[in-house]
Design a protein. Structure first.
Length: 443
């Protein structure tokens, strides 16, 4: 090496050594992301716990803080928070309240706008579920989470002991209609043991074919194309609860179910209901997809004794929610990042396999990972295919502003019928008067 080249090499080495010898105070470390707490107000299991753990792994700087309340209490709290301009970063909206919040787009971030640009992901979702998060004048106030597609969960061991078939295809053929479902229930009831019959009068524990006959109402109602309102392109929608035959049909069908004596005297989601699930006091539950995880949690020792069969009358749906970002949210970007991740098709598929929440991401419906998924708890039923078929049979139903209030009044009327305090005709007449007083006349 020539002397001149040697001098240049020595100079570079010296410069490098000098740089390495700089005091630590002069070395600038990489900036850590600023910690952010994203507040989420929700109910039930809209946000599943494993997802929070997974999100923390990829975003350690983000803490998702949940506040969970009962369904009605949660939505009332949201209304109060909007008025006070003190809201969470993310608010879960149940579909029965979608119509109410559709009338108040000013309280929500319109997710069509930049930087959210929800139109980029809209094609991932089932169209009628997407529409439930679209507000007055087309604003997008919520992104759909799961779909509560309904089927019938039934106990194979109880069906066998009461003289009914156990194969899910054969079971579904027992009840192409609701009347056939009730007839099957009566056949089941005729095979109750003497001890089971006696317990109803002595212990007040009435064994039944279905857990609660009152659940038939929503199942039948949601098989139509209209409920209490019709979209007339006004802010609140047109009330049609009295003129829509589907409402009267759902009410009368449920009254028939109550009169048939095929249900227990147990209310859903109570401690007695959980006990009944474990002890085989009832043989069937009208089960939206999200109900499967509830059964697993409350009756783990019944694994393998359940199966899933088709719902009478075709497809059905109950429940579902949207995740929204209130206009007053403090951390909108972080809120959107979480929503976009949590409701991505990949994450929805994962949540379905873990918790049974059926995806609103319809791009998954032809995916073999969903279509071929079987659940060992439910006798290896192909629940992906079963619930996928159910939700694709449904048509969009317009959700009106005071839908939840109407639901509650009709529920009270059916309760009076079930308790034999009123005839179905008298209860229906009273319900119509109460609804008119609460929300206005039907057109």
């Amino acid at each position: 090496m020539k002397a001149k080249q040697m001098k240049k090499l020595i100079a570079r080495i010296a410069a490098t050594a000098a740089a390495l010898a700089l005091p630590l105070s002069m070395v600038v470390p990489a900036q850590a992301a600023t910690p952010v707490t994203v507040t989420v107000w929700t109910y039930g299991n809209v946000i599943e716990p494993q997802a929070l753990i997974d999100y923390k792994k990829i975003h350690p700087e983000i803490t998702i803080q949940l506040k969970k309340s009962g369904l009605d209490a949660h939505h009332q709290s949201l209304i109060t928070s909007f008025l006070a301009n003190k809201t969470p970063d993310i608010a879960a909206i149940e579909v029965s309240y979608s119509g109410y919040f559709r009338s108040y787009p000013q309280y929500f971030q319109d997710l069509r706008q930049a930087p959210y640009n929800s139109s980029k992901i809209q094609s991932n979702f089932l169209p009628w579920r997407w529409s439930q998060g679209v507000g007055y004048e087309g604003t997008v106030f919520g992104i759909p989470t799961d779909v509560g597609g309904m089927q019938v969960a039934y106990r194979t061991d109880l069906f066998k002991s009461h003289g009914l078939p156990t194969n899910r295809t054969a079971v579904g053929k027992l009840w192409p209609t609701w009347d056939a479902f009730f007839a099957t229930g009566k056949k089941y009831q005729s095979k109750l043991s003497a001890a089971e019959k006696k317990s109803c009068t002595k212990l007040k524990v009435c064994y039944g074919f279905i857990d609660n006959a009152g659940t038939v109402y929503n199942a039948v109602l949601n098989q139509g194309t209209k409920k209490y309102y019709e979209n007339d392109n006004t802010k609140d929608g047109k009330l049609i609860y009295g003129s829509n035959q589907q409402v009267k049909t759902a009410f009368q069908t449920t009254a028939n179910a109550l009169a048939s004596g095929i249900g227990t005297n147990i209310n859903s989601f109570t401690n007695d209901w959980n006990v009944g699930m474990n002890k085989g006091i009832f043989a069937t539950i009208l089960a939206p997809a999200w109900m499967m995880d509830y059964i697993k949690q409350q009756a783990p020792k019944t694994k393998g004794k359940w199966d899933i069969a088709a719902l009478p009358g075709g497809g059905g749906n109950l429940g579902g929610s949207q995740l929204s970002i209130p206009k007053a949210a403090a951390h909108k970007k972080e809120a959107w990042d979480f929503i976009n991740w949590y409701l991505s098709p990949a994450e929805q598929l994962k949540i379905f396999k873990q918790y049974g929440l059926f995806p609103s991401a319809s791009v998954l419906y032809s995916n073999s990972a969903l279509k071929n998924y079987k659940d060992p708890f439910f006798n290896n039923a192909p629940i992906g295919a079963i619930y996928g078929s159910s939700v694709q049979k449904l048509k969009p139903i317009y959700e009106g502003k005071k839908q939840r209030a109407i639901d509650n009044i009709i529920g009270q009327a059916l309760s009076r019928v079930g308790l034999k305090k009123q005839s179905a005709a008298a209860a229906w007449t009273q319900a119509l008067k109460e609804i008119e007083g609460a929300v206005g006349p039907s057109k």
